[in-house]
Ligand binder design. Sequence first.
Ligand code: FAD
Length: 469
Amino acid sequence: MKKTIHWFRQDLRVADNPAWVSACESGAVFPVYIHDTENGRDEQLGAASEWWLHHSLESLNKSLGGALNIYAGDSAEIIHQLVRKYDISGVTWNGCYEPWRVELDRAVTDLLEKEGIEVAVFNGSLLWAPEEVSKQDGTPYKVFTPFFKRGCLGAMPPRRPLPEPKGRYGRDPESVELKELDLLPKQGWDAAFYDHWKPGETGAFQRLESFLALGLKGYKEGRDFPARKNVSRLSPHLHFGEISPNQIWYAVRNRTADDDVGHFCSELGWREFSNHLLFHFPYITKRNLNPKFDVFPWDPDEKKLQAWQQGKTGIPIVDAGMRELWQTGYMHNRVRMVAASFLVKNLLIHWKEGERWFRDTLVDADLANNTASWQWVAGSGADAAPYFRIFNAVTQGRKFDSDGAYIRSYIPEISRLPDKYLFSPWEAPENILREAGVVMGSDYPLPIADLKKSRADALAAYATIKEGG
Ligand code: FAD
């Protein structure tokens, strides 16, 4: 009987998995996951992502009745050895778009094809494969709206989801136990994560069902309010491929076709856009997309960076977001934008520092989305927020958390302040602070940046690079 390897990567699911379906249909299949530890390939995996990956692999292994073959090492070498050991005739996988994975794909393909092994690569993670979307002149898009409307929606509808195939699995006794990958943290910082997340395909579907029932209606407006339940929180499930964007796309569109659905689908479109950018401009993980920013006068300050990371900037909406991130591995999108803008514009700290922290702490840390979003906020990216548009973190808090529910849930030490001063506690008169039991500078920090002055400084810094382009 023909034997095929399916190489699971960022597609940790058995339903709607085109490469997995192809492998299962061709005979016996060896389900394989390789934690690539060579050449620093998985160096970009943060601690929160490692936590997620452990549980996601556990769940996948369960779906496969314990047949997942797990390895740690060099992907190309391990696949090569398995092919020889088990007389494998084909290898399938779903393409990934992180630059190191693209390179690895090429190397593995070359190696296998030289040995006469059939390689079949599918698109299992995006609605539109980035290599298939381009402008009429053949160049990649750099602006979202034409990318999504013309390049994606105007081309063809996304592929319909595929059912889960039946497989006959091959088991390699020399594969390792999941715990040998050593992905779980040594200290117990992950305790609260279990209250918030259920990694794996079943958890992804439960999340989707709950979003369809409770979040989708009112999404367009509600998605901006961090205390509301309108966002899906599907991002980590999507990142690890526990659910496909196609399954989500058709599940929401089968419900209704209104503004909420349209808006939600356009957010999935932003994910496509980030991957399009990463695929065509792989250097954006390290360099500004807009080279004008290469000479931007950033002002590195370790103490301020730490205050930001720890949620101790003295600006409540920023601190609430950073604490939500630390406690749950997630931060609401509106607050991500405000916290990121505060770092790069009010503190003038390089976007790469923020990107690195998010990469380590987010359960949905995703090279494409994280890089593109940080560059978008900084003003150096594609279709970016102009540098001179600087969020006022106090106004943002008042507007999107008007009753203070979000801030109060993450910053209990100022929760007794009246709404009037909750967003800018340093402005509260002494008697109000006393009544609320807050000593500024002791219970809660004084702001590490004056919003008005830092705004003016940022504009002056921007003026130094504006002439260049
Ligand atoms: P929903 O509103 O329910 O949206 C559904 C899906 O659409 C999301 O799961 C996500 O896959 C996609 N999506 C939504 N908004 C965006 C967006 N702006 N850009 C790209 N895709 C989007 N998203 C990540 O998945 N990983 C990251 O590492 C990441 N880093 C970010 C860093 C910064 C500074 C900012 C401003 C945004 C970042 N985002 C990132 C984008 C966005 O914040 C998250 O995708 C979103 O908050 C995830 O929550 P959700 O699943 O509830 O989103």
